[in-house]
Design a protein around this ligand. Structure first.
Ligand code: F6P
Length: 359
């Protein structure tokens, strides 16, 4: 008997179901003696032994379905080896569930936080295979994560739609794009949507540079300016602060997010009306795009191969168009940032897109 535990953890995204379907189809095509334990709401299900017994039928018809059929949650706890307030040592509790159910392995789908925990479980002797999920595309060790392309499509669609209303009213529009501390989604959606200015956490901006671009566009007779702004974008001034100081500044800022702070500054610096659009969680919702369905199916199938070969302790990644296995210890705790000198940024600059850094 092959006993597999499965869980999805962290923020959801498109193609989680497609990836799980790939794993289960890949395994059940080869083996009939399989038990699947679907843990509910991420690591919580593993800690509290809360699961549903699933069969391959449960994974049929979910290729196009957004979200996760298992449910997910942000880690509601610090991963301490000492008991938490509720008296439970979470790591020991997860190990206990694993051993009690005689699991052969865990399939864990998640992003950065999830991978730290997955690696910890590996260090504790559990058999783990992970899959790279997140719209942010910030996981180290893989060229891409599933969810990313779908989010880019949605953010691009938002920017597309803003063009007509921006030009009708002769306004500056700020579209705030998700991505946590990195700018991959903003960079791609900004270019695909024809943004004039793209602000990323990896390239601190100067408000004067933004003002110059808007003024120049106005002088050239352009009726609008579109800024695609990553939610984690940071000014040159703030980038000089120590991490702790910046955190405190963010905690005390009077604006709900960066877009609002920028809007106020731009209205002060120019004579333009500014509007803000925040697509927010729509970027994570709904059906996965075709690219993500294929991508998730491929990494899911590769995970199935690893499990059938009893190769554990890996994240399945995509590198140069091929699925590969990457040791979990190489992935855990590292973020993949946008390289400010990458070709994509250079090419965007070549066609006149501003990153708000050149005054
Ligand atoms: O990690 C994915 C992500 O959507 C980030 O882009 C965003 O900062 C965060 O999750 C939002 O988290 P939550 O859904 O918990 O509000």
């Amino acid at each position: 008997m092959l006993r597999i535990g499965m869980l999805t953890s962290g923020g959801d995204c498109q193609a989680l179901n497609a990836a799980m379907r790939g794993v289960v189809k890949g395994i059940c095509n080869k083996r009939k003696d399989v038990e699947i334990y679907g843990f509910k709401d991420g690591y919580k299900g593993l800690i509290y032994s809360d699961f549903n017994m699933l069969t391959s039928k449960d994974f049929s018809g979910i290729l196009t379905q957004g979200g996760t059929i298992l449910g997910t949650s942000r880690q509601p706890f610090k991963l301490m080896r000492v008991p938490d307030k509720d008296g439970i040592d979470k790591v020991e509790a997860m190990k206990h569930t694993y051993h009690k159910l005689h699991l052969d392995c865990l399939v864990i789908l998640g992003g950065n936080g999830t991978h730290k925990t997955a690696n910890l479980l590996r260090e504790e002797g559990l058999n783990v295979v992970t899959l790279p999920k997140t719209i942010d595309n910030d996981l180290w060790g893989t060229d891409m994560t599933f969810g990313f392309q779908s989010a880019v499509d949605i953010a691009t669609d938002t920017i597309d739609r803003i063009h007509t209303t921006a030009t009708s009213h002769s306004r500056v529009f700020i579209i705030e794009v998700m991505g946590h501390k990195v700018g991959h989604v903003t960079l791609h959606a900004g270019i695909a949507g024809g943004a004039d200015i793209i602000l990323l956490p990896e390239i601190p901006y100067d408000i004067k540079a933004i003002k110059n671009v808007i003024d120049k566009r106005t002088q050239a007779g352009k009726r609008f300016t579109i800024l695609a702004v990553a939610e984690g974008a940071i000014s040159k001034e703030d980038a000089k602060l120590k991490k702790k100081e910046y955190k405190e500044k963010l905690a005390n800022r009077k604006y709900p997010s960066i877009a609002y702070e920028l809007a106020e500054q731009i209205e002060k610096e120019t004579d333009k009306e500014v509007r803000i659009t925040v697509p927010g969680h729509t970027q994570r919702g709904g059906t996965p795009c075709a690219y993500d369905r294929v991508f998730a199916t491929r990494v899911g199938a590769k995970a199935a191969e690893l499990i059938l070969n009893e190769e554990y302790g890996y994240m399945v990644a995509m590198r140069n168009g091929e699925t590969v296995k990457v040791p979990l210890e190489e992935v855990a705790g590292k973020l993949k940032y946008v390289d400010p000198n990458c070709g994509l940024i250079q090419e965007a600059r070549t066609i006149g897109i501003s990153f708000g850094d050149e005054v």
